[in-house]
Ligand binder design. Structure first.
Ligand code: NAP
Length: 293
């Protein structure tokens, strides 16, 4: 079994991005600039946004967090989005999800200019990705593809099973694995809460991508010998063995599944760290107008 070390790979990619940003600046180009819009003070969102800001600073990009009150109206938030769409200093921006219940998330996503949609959630970017056109890829699926590539994992002709069909992970990653490209060219099955006899699919998987949000759901008996296991799940549980008082677990029962896997991502340190680097890559692409010209 080989561990897919997302922490190490993301560190390497950050160095590559830092060199690229330095070169852009040396060539007299504009420093790539990412803005994160944070509505309210959800603790997890605060943490994600602060990680994104730190990562930008580390690679020499400009970053800014726009903090808005939890009670902001949908109309006011949309106004902010239009303002950022028209701000030439801003190359790309994200609106950190989830949003408070009184705001229609989809409306906000669709208000973002697809050219600045570095989260890749806008239907234009999703649609372009599905038909294989250049697009901003959503960060977690793009991170998974990058890990498969960096570990030279063979994908062509393999059976890929994706557990979960969310718009941010399951559906886009299933589509990427289906593309006529590397990584890709797999035969994809997507399972969800209405799938009957889930194990009959997981046991056929050469590559199993798990994004269910169900802690340690995938056990060794559900997995084929030699399968590649990508665990997207993140669960924070209390622990008296760590300094912070909590630890992270995935959707896969790592200790037993690793014995059968050929490659496996750990939690933490697998898919998680890749998500931010994908966002940084999209921001460079936006600043260099690589997708839409
Ligand atoms: P989500 O929107 O809650 O979607 C979960 C999916 O799993 C749904 O499609 C659901 O089916 C399916 N599902 C749930 N229980 C099931 C069951 N018992 N059997 C079969 N399918 C089941 O979750 P998400 O946003 O994709 O996130 C999934 C996990 O990844 C979470 O733990 C999240 O925290 C983590 N995550 C990590 C990163 C990262 O950077 N590493 C990024 C995003 C998310 P239905 O569609 O039928 O309801």
């Amino acid at each position: 079994m080989e561990l897919i070390d997302g922490k190490k790979i993301s560190g390497q990619i950050k160095e590559e991005i830092a060199r690229e940003v330095e070169q852009i600046k040396k060539d007299g180009g504009k420093t790539p600039h990412l803005v994160a819009v944070l509505v309210g003070n959800d603790a997890a969102s605060e943490t994600y946004v602060s990680h994104k800001e730190k990562a930008c600073n580390k690679v020499g990009m400009d970053s800014q967090v726009v903090r808005l009150e939890a009670g902001i109206s949908e109309e006011e938030l949309l106004k902010k989005v239009y303002e950022l769409n028209n701000d030439e200093q801003v190359d790309g921006f994200i609106v950190q999800l989830p949003l408070p219940d009184h705001i229609d998330e989809q409306k906000v996503i669709e208000a973002i200019d697809p050219k600045k949609d570095v989260d890749g959630f806008h239907p234009i970017n999703m649609g372009r990705m599905v038909i294989g056109l250049p697009a901003y890829l959503s960060a977690t699926p793009a991170g998974i593809m990058e890990l498969l590539k960096r570990y030279n994992i063979e994908t062509e002709g393999k059976n890929c099973v994706v557990l979960g069909r969310s718009n941010i992970v399951g559906k886009p990653v299933a589509n990427l694995m289906l593309q006529k490209a590397y990584p890709g060219n797999t035969t994809v099955t997507v399972c969800h809460s209405r799938t009957k006899n889930l194990e009959s699919y997981t046991r056929q998987a050469d590559i199993l991508i798990v994004a269910m949000g169900k802690m340690e759901f995938v056990t060794a008996d559900m997995v084929k010998d030699g399968a590649v296991i990508i665990d997207v799940g993140i669960h924070r549980i209390k622990s008296d063995k760590t300094k912070s008082g909590w630890k992270l677990k995935g959707d896969v029962k790592f200790d037993e599944v690793k014995e059968k896997a050929s490659y496996i991502t750990p939690v933490p340190g697998g898919v998680g760290p890749m998500t931010i680097v994908s966002l940084l890559r999209n921001t460079i692409a936006a600043s260099q107008k690589r997708i839409y010209g």
